[in-house]
Write a protein that binds this ligand. Sequence first.
Ligand code: PEP
Ligand code: MG
Length: 325
Amino acid sequence: AQERYASLRTLPAQSKCGTTTRLLMNAGLMADLPSIESSGAEGVGLFRTELQFLVRNQMPKRDELAKLYARVMDAAKGRPVAFRTLDIGSDKVLPYMKPQDEPNPAMGWRAIRVGLDKRGVLRMQLQALIRAAAGRSLKVMFPFISEYSEFAAAREELLRQRDREAALGRVVPAELRIGAMLETPSLAFAPRAFFDQADFISVGGNDLKQFFFAADRENERVRKRYDTLNLSFLGFLEQIVARCDESGTALSYCGEDAGRPVEALCFAALGVRTLSMRPASIGPVKALLRQVDLREARAVIESARRQGAETARPALMEWLATLPE
Ligand code: PEP
Ligand code: MG
């Protein structure tokens, strides 16, 4: 199988119906960078920036971060890299920040909530990203956005830092693409203006699923209880796809499920055109996507729904078993 995946490396994830799905990879460590070439990813759909903050015992310096981010962009050789600003709080606690005693950290003061309240850290990180990009294009996404005003404020901050850098005579990014992670159900119901303003939206399915089903992602016992192919969840995803289509907003899915072939196939069948996953998943996901007709997959999902099934999985597995190798 490894060899088969290697032979697919340079081929597109084009399904029998002619639709091509863009496969990107998730990263966060400098050690991940060689995978950009070797995995056949078309770019980095999620660069988690927490790790550079977590491995130190003091706040990293702006110039140090700028160097690291520049190395990431160098390694991507012009392929897009979506840098996600710091998502701390919840399960990720910085050793040099005062620990917050919160009853429920996953729903607590985390990610963009911290960023907007502690502007200094957010600003420093945005400046580092702008300097790293220099004249190249820069893609930034903000984690855990729950409402439009949070996105608008974070975006405003980024534009302000860009203008400030320009005023200081530095070369600023040639192009700036600013996106939001959709990780809380509320954002799917945000006003149209949010979808118009966001250059792209990336579904953080790990968090979105946990809040959709009210099932802690860290708690095995409840996490496994709800299938990602549950038709309520897939129906919710379809609504997100529809809203993004309406406003012409690029949509991707970057939770762990995007790297599971059957799940990836479902997301693609429902209209998600970009999936971001761990590098090792690109081969298996691509192999399956190339083998199927997404319209057929969608018909199987629709039929499972009409029959009142709770999840599309059994019907999909049955259909997949009938496909020629
Ligand atoms: C997610 O929530 O799906 C996601 C990609 O972010 P993280 O796993 O880092 O919370
Ligand atoms: Mg998340």
